[in-house]
Design a binder for this molecule. Structure first.
Ligand SMILES: [Fe+2]
Ligand SMILES: [Fe+2]
Length: 377
């Protein structure tokens, strides 16, 4: 059986030095090449609807396309600093509560200027990671079109490829025209995307992307949608979420069927992959690149960030879709319940009985009034 060292490269989940040792290299080229080891599969079984749930999802997707150019109010004026201020108000943060919180930490000597800059950097970082993650989804789903052996799944995945192109487009446009700076791909997210793309087994793409990365994205977009006061970003997230819910459902519906065929040893490999992905995504949320750019002692700052209660709660909430979906797939308790124990260690098991996403996508769907006439017809 694999050890923590095998799976995540360190024995202790919370080893800060090992986490920080994985960092984005400066001066990386404008392109990233990852070798894909999966065979491209043709199928001669063209029977549409042999898998009714996937067929339903495909038909739904055809009627749910929106246009990133014309359906969002791009003429909305966004002041990045005002956005930071409004976010603080939404979270009830005042200079006094902030001062009490950071006493005795590397942030204690900061004034308004530094906190303002950190707020701006943090938004640039977050939206940049969303944009890079969306490109990861674009590439992974194109890979699914090639590698999945079922025609209904190839059809559905083709619609998801279009959705992801639109998502990359709108996040890139928001960053370029409304905020004021990009960040490169976070190294932890990069490791995870590389693993998903490189794996030769077609179902691992679904587990890594549709269940783990998109499950986390759906929760993250939901939290941001609920708390952002900025109308353009709010609507952008609402539209993206309506697609993401379908994508996660695609993962759950496909893997639910496929996992029936697997042996316990094969399921264990899936449990281990889900754990590795969860750790990579948690590590990425520490925003080490922002802390470094702000000139802080990153190790000391990360210690504070990891122990901050508000942050821990936020981080746990991001797993609120992943855990019930893993349970629905049977991954939590298969074998000796290995993944349940690991999710307990990560502090996220409490979400296991929330609604899974296999049909929750209906609740996220856009109404006719939200889709432009040209899109519907
Ligand atoms: Fe997406
Ligand atoms: Fe997606």
């Amino acid at each position: 059986m694999s050890t923590n060292e095998d799976l995540i490269g360190r024995a202790d989940l919370h080893d800060i030095e090992a986490i920080l040792a994985i960092a984005t290299e400066e001066g990386e080229s404008n392109l990233r090449a990852v070798r894909d080891h999966a065979p491209a599969i043709f199928t001669w079984d063209y029977e549409k609807g042999a898998r009714p749930a996937l067929n339903k999802l495909y038909e739904k997707a055809k009627h749910s396309q929106w246009n990133g150019e014309t359906d969002l109010p791009w003429d909305t004026a966004v002041d990045p600093m005002q956005l930071v201020e409004l976010q603080r108000q939404a979270f009830g943060m005042t200079p006094e509560t902030r001062a009490a919180k950071v006493a005795g930490t590397p942030f204690a000597k900061w004034g308004d200027k530094e906190f303002d800059q950190m707020g701006l950097e943090s938004n640039n970082w977050m939206l940049s990671q969303f944009m890079h993650g969306e490109q990861g989804a674009l590439i992974c789903t194109a890979k699914i079109v090639e590698t999945v052996p079922w025609i209904d799944a190839k059809y559905y995945a083709a619609t998801q490829v279009m959705d992801e192109a639109r998502h990359v487009e709108v996040f890139a446009r928001y960053l370029d025209t409304k905020l004021d700076g990009h960040y490169p791909l976070n190294a932890h997210l990069g490791l995870l995307l590389d693993d998903i793309i490189a794996d030769s087994r077609w179902d691992m793409t679904y587990l890594g992307m549709q269940i783990m990365v998109e499950g986390l994205a759906l929760a993250a977009f939901g939290l941001m949608h609920m708390t952002t006061p900025e109308p353009l970003l709010k609507q952008l997230l609402r539209y993206v979420m309506s697609d993401e819910a379908r994508h996660v459902a695609f993962g759950v519906l496909t893997l639910k069927e496929y996992y029936q065929e697997l042996s316990l040893a094969e399921i264990r490999e899936r449990q281990e992959f889900a754990f590795e992905a969860a750790v990579r995504m948690r590590d990425r949320l520490l925003q080490q690149e922002v802390l470094a750019r702000m000139g802080l002692d990153v190790k000391e700052a990360v210690k504070f960030v990891m122990e901050d209660e508000g942050r821990q709660m936020f981080q746990q909430l991001l797993f609120s879709k992943i855990v019930p979906n893993c349970k629905k797939l049977g991954l939590l308790d298969a074998g000796d319940g290995w993944l349940r124990t690991r999710f307990q260690e990560l502090g996220v098991i409490q979400f296991e009985d929330l609604t899974d996403t296999s049909d929750e996508y209906e609740a996220f769907a856009l109404g006719p009034a939200e889709l432009s006439e040209s899109t519907i017809s």
